[in-house]
Design a protein around this ligand. Sequence first.
Ligand code: C5P
Length: 243
Amino acid sequence: MSTEARERLIFALDVDNFEAAEKWVKQLHDKVGLFKVGKQLFTRCGPEVVHMIRGEGGEVFLDLKYHDIPNTVAMAGAEAARMGVKMFNVHALGGPEMMARTVAEIDARYPRGDAGRPLLLAVTILTSSTEETLREVGIDRPVNEMVPRLARLAKDAGMDGVVASPREVGLIRQACGDDFAIVTPGVRPAFASLDDQKRVTTPADAIAAGASYLVVGRPIAAAADPVGATEKILEEIGQALAL
Ligand code: C5P
């Protein structure tokens, strides 16, 4: 198995209790690069779940999508870094000052190159938002204009990358260049069902389009053989990387 493929695979730990999380981490910690802990699991279990994952040898993407006044987001980000997470995210719609202030707080504590420095990601437009959603909140621009615009704001604020649909990877690469991480959920290998994901891409296509990391949940969690499913996905990522 290629280490590079493993480092790029993030398993979405979408469970509601500590024991279930622990079971997945024990099973997959040597197969996936990171475990994504979202609002439900973190609200239920708190930092303990992050410590458990790290104790088992796993790394964490803390997916709490901070959006608040600049100082509050910066200090929350500093606490995320103190927990030892490898990635955390904020909403780019919080604005350039909020993102830059967060970057500055992390810079002060974990200079670039420091092993404890997390990757700072921004969410552009949630894939659940449509043009109508944007209009309802007073944003009169198309999604495919907002996504690269917000990604560029994030980059200019010093953020390390964005979370985005695989379909948006091309636009973001154009706006932000190669030195910018793109984390994509909504990935479905051919063997998996679509679940409620509508705009999906295979792992190989997402990597070929320029994704840096893939978030995969149910194609692994709902598989009869989750470890086997993970290995198939790793193989697909490895092949796409070799091209
Ligand atoms: O099970 P599945 O592979 O669809 O899980 C994908 C994960 O990525 C879930 O945790 C989901 O909340 C998250 N996500 C997503 N689409 C986005 C942003 C996050 O599916 N646009």
